[in-house]
Design a protein around this ligand. Structure first.
Ligand code: URA
Length: 229
C-alpha cells in the first residue's frame, strides 16, 4: 500500500493532508524519514507520524441498540443520527447495514465492510430480520397464512416474499422478513387494514440484540457473529 494511503487508513488524514505530512518530513519508516508519498509500505514496516506509531484500522463490525428518535443516517441536520451515538475513531468510514425508521428501536448493524452488509441487505441472500410488532387492532390468526403467501404493498408490483408471523397476544407479534423495502413492516400491516404502533428489531440473521445493551449503547460484534453473515 502507498504511504499516503496508509496514513489515511490509519489516522484522520485526508489524502492531501497525508501528502503534506509526508513532504514535511514528519513521517518515518523504521526510524528513517520518508518523503515519497508513493513509498510502498509493507507489513514488516513500522510507520510513525511525529514519533507515534500508526496502525491500520481494519474492518469494523458493531451492533447498536437504536433508541427511538434517532435517524439511521450518517448525517442529519435536525435529528441525532445513530453514528452520533458512537464514540469511535473514523466514523465517516462506517455505514449502516439495513436502516430503521426514526420511531423504530432495536438492533442496528454498522460496519465498514460493504460486502458483508450486502449479504445482510440484499433480498437475494434471504437474511431474516425479526421484528417485535405492536398493532392498533387485534390480530387475526389468518394473518399467518396471508403473510406467508405475500401481500401486495401500495404502489408496488408483485407480492412481498414469504414472511413468518408468530402471534404473541392480541396486539403483539413477531414478524420475520427477508426483504427490506421502505417501511416494509408498517406497509404490510397497512395492506391488511391494521396499523403498527410499535416496532422493535430483535435480530438480523442469527445476530440477536444483546440484552446488556441499553438504548443508545453499542458493542463490537464477536468473531462468530461476524462470520454468521
Ligand atoms: N419496517 C418498517 O416499517 N420500519 C422499519 O423501521 C423497519 C422495517
Amino acid at each position: 500500500m502507498r504511504l499516503d494511503k496508509f496514513l489515511c487508513e490509519s489516522s484522520y488524514f485526508t489524502r492531501a493532508l497525508a501528502k503534506r505530512a509526508i513532504k514535511s518530513g514528519k513521517v518515518t519508516c523504521d526510524g528513517v524519514v520518508v518523503k515519497d508519498a508513493g513509498f510502498k509500505v509493507q507489513t514488516k514496516h513500522r510507520i510513525c507520524y511525529e514519533g507515534d506509531e500508526l496502525n491500520l484500522v481494519g474492518e469494523r463490525f458493531l451492533m447498536l441498540h437504536k433508541p427511538d428518535g434517532t435517524v439511521c443516517a450518517t448525517v442529519d441536520d435536525v435529528h441525532p443520527t445513530v453514528i452520533d451515538l458512537l464514540d469511535i475513531e473514523k466514523p465517516e468510514a462506517l455505514h449502516i447495514a439495513g436502516r430503521l425508521d426514526m420511531d423504530t428501536t432495536g438492533l442496528v448493524l454498522i460496519t465498514t465492510d460493504g460486502q458483508w452488509s450486502h449479504r445482510i441487505t440484499s433480498p437475494k441472500k434471504e437474511c431474516g430480520k425479526c421484528y417485535l410488532v405492536t398493532v392498533a387492532d387485534p390480530l387475526d390468526a389468518q394473518l399467518i397464512e396471508t403473510f406467508a403467501a405475500g401481500v401486495a404493498l401500495r404502489n408496488e408490483d408483485g407480492l412481498t416474499k414469504p414472511a413468518r408471523l408468530e402471534i404473541i397476544d392480541s396486539h403483539t407479534a413477531r414478524l420475520t422478513i427477508t426483504e427490506g423495502k421502505y417501511h416494509q413492516v408498517k406497509r404490510m400491516f397497512a395492506a391488511v387494514g391494521n396499523k403498527v404502533v410499535g416496532l422493535h428489531r430483535e435480530s438480523v440473521g442469527s445476530i440477536v440484540l444483546d440484552d446488556d445493551l441499553e438504548p443508545g449503547e453499542w458493542r463490537y460484534l464477536t468473531e462468530d457473529e461476524i462470520k454468521s453473515v
